[in-house]
Each structure stands twice: as structure tokens, then as C-alpha cells.
Design a protein around this ligand. Structure first.
Ligand code: TYD
Length: 213
């Protein structure tokens, strides 16, 4: 079972992934948590490059190839082996982030992106993708407060520093992409309390994997 989580900054993705991990564990499953960018050893080096505020001069294509390199390595070295070992793999961001950030966000052609994603994932698509959806004004405020708290405003603030209009495009991009991929992608409203959001995600997972009749 391979499940990916997507959404703009500040949706509470990290908290929810932890909740879902506990949920699967309580059902006796072994869970492996991972993330992009940075889910493999080489990927952690790529992540530093991608997210540092000093690297504002990365061109959209350079950025794209670094994310794809991270993904190819992550799938081959981490995700596929963990799935083969029988674990539930929960991944914070995956191929849909590329479509939405590099495509709807930076303006690269989504058909080309999808082909490159196909190459990077080498047939390994998620069984389910959950998009946590929130108004960018609310999400960004949460993300900025958290960055300041964690002192990572300079090291990992490159995307948070984008103008609000960028984040609005990202949100719309996610919703458009979800509508085009209804068989795999579900959208969960993330504007309410963490507990409510968790209940929504649980309902989605149960309908997808544990529905009876
Ligand atoms: P991260 O700190 O993991 O963001 P979050 O906590 O919001 O998940 O940073 C990842 C950033 O990289 C995020 O802003 C989205 C961006 N990204 C892309 O632009 N393309 C991609 O393919 C991926 C995986 C991430």
C-alpha cells in the first residue's frame, strides 16, 4: 500500500501523516514514513540545494531535473524495497508536486512533466493520493509561523517566500489535477481542526482500502 500526501504549505500534512501512521499501526501494519524531496541519502543533498533561499537563481528546468533525480533515487532505493518488504509506505509529497509546482506554478508543460514523472517513478504510482486543501492565506500563515518557531526561515524558506499569487495558483492546480485523476486522487478539506481533518482522511482511506460489500 503506497499512499502519498499533497497540498500547499501549512496544511498540517506532517501532523496528519503521523496520525495515519498510528492508525495503520493500530491495525497491525508496519509503516514506513518518507518524504520528497530528501527521502534518500543523495536526495537529502538535493533537498538542501532545492530549498535554500540562496538558490533563487535555479531555472524552472534545473529545479525540475533536481526533483526528478530525487524521485528516481527515492523510488529505486527506498520506496520500492519498503513496499516489497510488505510495509505501508506513506510519502509526504510525490510526483503530483512536480505537476502542480513546476507545471501549474512555474508554467512548464504538464504533458511533458507527466512523461518525465513516468520515467522517474518507473511504474510505481501511489495506490491513493490525498490532497489536503486549504486557503493559501491560512496555510501560509501557519507555515511562516512554524518556520520562525523552528528557525528554518533562511534554510528552507525558498517556497514560503513566493508571492501569495503563486500559492493560489498551486492550490488551483491541485484541484484541477485532482479532477483529472479521480481514480487515484482525493481532496480533503484541511481548514478545520486537526482532529476533524484526520477523521476525513480516515474515511477516505477506509473507503479505498477497507470498504466491504
Ligand atoms: P517542504 O519543506 O517539504 O514543504 P512542505 O513542508 O510544505 O511539504 O518543501 C518541499 C517544497 O518543494 C515545497 O514547497 C514543494 C516543492 N516541491 C516541488 O516544487 N516539486 C516537487 O516535485 C516536490 C516533491 C516538491
Amino acid at each position: 500500500m503506497f499512499i502519498t500526501f499533497e497540498g500547499i504549505e501549512g496544511t498540517g500534512k506532517t501532523t496528519q501523516i503521523q496520525n495515519i501512521k498510528k492508525y495503520f499501526e493500530s491495525r497491525g501494519k508496519e509503516v514506513f514514513l518518507t518524504m520528497e524531496p530528501g527521502g534518500s541519502r543523495v536526495g537529502r543533498e538535493l533537498r538542501k540545494m532545492l530549498l535554500h533561499v540562496d538558490n533563487k537563481d535555479l531555472t524552472p528546468l534545473t529545479e525540475l531535473f533536481l526533483y526528478l533525480a530525487d524521485r528516481a533515487q527515492h523510488v529505486a532505493q527506498v520506496i520500492r524495497p519498503e513496499l516489497e518488504a510488505g510495509k505501508v509506505v506513506l510519502c509526504d509529497r510525490f510526483a503530483d508536486s512536480t505537476i502542480v509546482y513546476q507545471g501549474y506554478g512555474r508554467g512548464l508543460d504538464t504533458t511533458m512533466l507527466q512523461q518525465l514523472n513516468e520515467a522517474a517513478v518507473a511504474g510505481l504510482w501511489p495506490d491513493l493520493t490525498i490532497i489536503l486543501d486549504i486557503d493559501p492565506e491560512v496555510g501560509l500563515k501557519r507555515a511562516t509561523d512554524r518556520n520562525i518557531e523552528e528557525g528554518k526561515a533562511m534554510d528552507e524558506g525558498r517556497f514560503e517566500a513566493e508571492h501569495i499569487s503563486f500559492h493560489k495558483r498551486i492550490r488551483e492546480g491541485y484541484l484541477t489535477w485532482a479532477a483529472l485523476n479521480r481514480d487515484r486522487i482525493r481532496v480533503a478539506d484541511a481548514s478545520s481542526s486537526p482532529n476533524d481533518v484526520f477523521e476525513r482522511i480516515k474515511t477516505i482511506i477506509e473507503a479505498r482500502f477497507f470498504a466491504t460489500g
